[in-house]
Ligand binder design. Structure first.
Ligand SMILES: [Zn+2]
Length: 151
């Protein structure tokens, strides 16, 4: 790709160590990386096995070999956690484009991009005003964490 053909929103992005996947944002063509994958790693399987041995061993006197079926409960839990972690990385930090929503519902994806830009503008305005009371700051922080929790 020639340099002048590529016009991303952000040329200089953060450098990431050992990215799992490198790609360009389809909306703003900024270079993006994923640090996590939606799949369980070898390390996760080791952790699952260890916790199963520990918990299964603890319940073994009562339930016998059936206690080791907790492995499947841990498996489901790990699977859900890894997926949730990956989902948090999907939206583009530069333009708000969310590929996972784009696949499911384009109108929602479009709304998310619009919200992202509306939010960015209002934050810039509040930055220019000199005095921001701590209560307002705390409230904004709370709102931010709530929004993150929704993901
Ligand atoms: Zn983007």
């Amino acid at each position: 790709m020639r340099k002048h053909d590529w016009q991303p929103l952000e040329y200089r992005t953060f450098k990431h160590k050992n990215p799992k996947m490198e790609f360009f944002c389809p909306l703003c063509s900024t270079k993006r990386v994923f640090n996590s994958t939606p799949r369980l790693s070898f390390k996760n399987y080791c952790q699952m096995t260890l916790t199963t041995l520990l918990v299964g061993g603890a319940f073994f006197p009562i339930m016998g070999l059936r206690s080791f079926f907790v492995f499947f409960i841990f498996w489901a839990g790990f699977e859900a956690a890894v997926r949730m972690n990956f989902r948090k990385e999907v939206p583009c930090p530069h333009c708000g484009f969310d590929a996972s929503w784009y696949k499911r519902d384009v109108t929602v994806a479009r709304k998310k991009v619009k919200d992202f830009w509306d939010k960015g503008n209002s934050e810039e305005e509040s930055d220019s005003s000199e005095e921001v009371s701590p209560e307002v700051m705390a409230q904004q922080n709370q709102e931010n964490t709530e929004q993150q929790a929704n993901y």
